[in-house]
Design a protein around this ligand. Structure first.
Ligand SMILES: [Zn+2]
Length: 127
């Protein structure tokens, strides 16, 4: 395990090793986007004794379980949850988008409208 940057990266985290454990990992944003698209897969409402609050109170956006409905309602009012909502408004990057950025996209005539409109705009040199 290597260390990349030592200073100013662990603000507020006392035990970095513990925070980086695999079991401390939470869902990534693209996984949460998939969950939001089909929420019935995640929030099934089934009783699970291993989860907090028997898995009844789940925040879909933060991918967290809560013990009671009151704590879930408190969580919805917090800054953390509101920040997450703001971040989730952005669409996640796709593989196609990455390939297009690298110039690997297929040119089948679709999506040309934007390209031609940019190229046909009169430049100062032509005028
Ligand atoms: Zn939340």
């Amino acid at each position: 395990m290597t260390r990349y940057r030592k200073t100013k990266t662990h603000r507020g985290i006392r035990d970095v090793k513990r925070a980086k454990r695999t079991r401390a990992r939470v869902k990534d944003l693209d996984q949460i986007h998939e969950d939001i698209k089909n929420p019935e897969k995640v929030a099934t409402g089934a009783v699970d004794a291993d989860l907090p609050g028997l898995g009844q109170h789940y925040c879909l956006q933060c991918a967290r379980y809560f013990t009671t409905a009151a704590s879930l309602n408190d969580h919805i009012k917090t800054k953390l949850h509101k920040k997450r909502l703001k971040v989730l408004k952005e669409e996640p990057y796709t593989q196609k988008e990455a390939e297009r950025a690298a110039g690997l996209g297929t040119d089948n005539g679709k999506g040309r409208e934007t390209a031609t409109s940019v190229s046909t705009a009169p430049t100062a040199m032509e005028l």
